[in-house]
Design a binder for this molecule. Structure first.
Ligand SMILES: Nc1ncnc2c1ncn2[C@@H]1O[C@H](COP(=O)(O)OP(=O)(O)O)[C@@H](O)[C@H]1O
Ligand SMILES: [Mg+2]
Length: 255
């Protein structure tokens, strides 16, 4: 079973693009796939054409009404099994504090509902902030993907996440499996190669061998509410995200 969170506290690094197209690649491989939008901006939901009318139709409901996750799942037109986000989801951070039961809530729900025994992968898109929602994603996930766009500020975000994970792991009593994924890679730029070298030096085998290239089709597809495989199936972006799934499955990161 694979519960995968996509997180970096830096915005604009390709989290939503990665969650969207990794979930789409999984579905194309013929697997029923769950997707959970943990970003109140709800782009992951809207691109998949799933909307929540209020916070009650989001994971906010598991915090304030103890609702089961399965009750919140909606099917997208592509049959992605999605729990969408809504702007009211941002309330989680002010309403519930950051006690263990709060940050472990999503994990407890997955376990109570036996998601962890099912063969269905779950892809979660996070907001760019290490608040209650992102902590829930880290506590609940089997694997964390950290997209790092090929620039220096984004690389700093990766080092901050590594520090955060080191602080959390004694509480979790396990090492969080993670993969740093270089995104928006433009091989004509020296900086892109510098960032790649820096990541490989610091994170070794935790860096994905697949790199996501800077690709205009990836930037265009959200405007049409399409995944890269629908918008431009032969584009570099589609090839890269398919290669990412192949790599993650081959090394057991996604089962
Ligand atoms: N590999 C890429 N090539 C070109 N544009 C990209 C690429 N990845 C993401 N983008 C664009 O960059 C912007 C930020 O990406 P997004 O996935 O929304 O980041 P985040 O979720 O981390 O904030 C979006 O406009 C997206 O379409
Ligand atoms: Mg996003």
């Amino acid at each position: 079973m694979s519960i995968i969170a996509v997180f970096n506290q830096k915005g604009g690094v390709g989290k939503t693009t990665t969650a969207l197209n990794l979930a789409a690649a999984l579905q194309r491989s013929g697997r029923l796939t769950y997707a959970i939008d943990l970003d109140p901006q709800a782009h992951f939901s809207s691109i998949n054409k799933v909307t929540a009318k209020s916070g009650n139709e989001t994971v906010l409901s598991i915090f304030n009404h103890n609702r089961p996750l399965r009750e919140l799942v909606q099917s997208s037109p592509n049959e992605l099994q999605m729990i969408p986000a809504h702007i009211e989801l941002a309330k989680v951070d002010v309403l519930f504090g950051k006690g263990f039961n709060v940050v472990n809530k999503l994990n407890a729900s997955f376990q109570a509902e036996h998601f962890t025994n099912s063969a269905t992968p779950v892809i979660m898109d996070c907001c760019p902030m290490i608040g209650v929602l992102s902590l829930n994603a880290i506590f609940a996930c089997h694997g964390l993907i950290v997209p790092v766009s090929a620039d220096h500020l984004s690389a700093q975000g990766a080092f901050q996440i590594e520090k955060t994970l080191h602080a959390l792991e004694p509480v979790l009593k396990r090492r969080v499996k993670r993969r740093y994924l270089l995104t928006r890679f433009d091989g004509r730029r020296r900086m892109a190669w510098d960032i790649l070298k820096m990541l490989e030096e610091h994170f070794g085998a935790d860096v994905c061998r697949t790199r996501i290239s800077e690709n205009v089709c990836l930037a265009e597809s959200p405007a049409e509410n399409k995944t890269i495989f629908e918008h431009a199936p032969t584009s570099r972006g589609a090839v890269d995200y398919q290669a990412l799934l192949n790599e993650l499955m081959a090394d057991g990161f996604i089962e």
